[in-house]
Design a binder for this molecule. Structure first.
Ligand SMILES: [Zn+2]
Length: 80
């Protein structure tokens, strides 16, 4: 399990995806100051995607696997 800061959506820079995820306390989080964010603890990247896209997955619009394409995991994120 790792506690993460999930930034997005509506990031100023979406070149890496609609969401960017860092480890909580990572120094790079300061660069994303002002962006919408939330703190959650997860065991896998797939679990992060399932949380971010919960509504769309429930409505059958996408899978958690597909949702990973719009999430950038920074190197500080060590969960598989
Ligand atoms: Zn980081």
């Amino acid at each position: 399990m790792q506690t993460l800061k999930i930034f997005g959506a509506n990031l100023r820079d979406q070149s890496k995806g609609q969401f960017v995820v860092h480890a909580e306390g990572c120094a790079d989080c300061a660069k994303l100051k002002g962006e919408h964010s939330r703190t959650e603890t997860h065991a896998t990247a797939l679990s992060v995607s399932a949380s971010i896209w919960a509504d769309m997955i429930r409505d059958g619009e996408m899978t958690a696997d597909e949702g990973l394409n719009e999430i950038h995991f920074a190197p500080c994120v060590t969960i598989p």
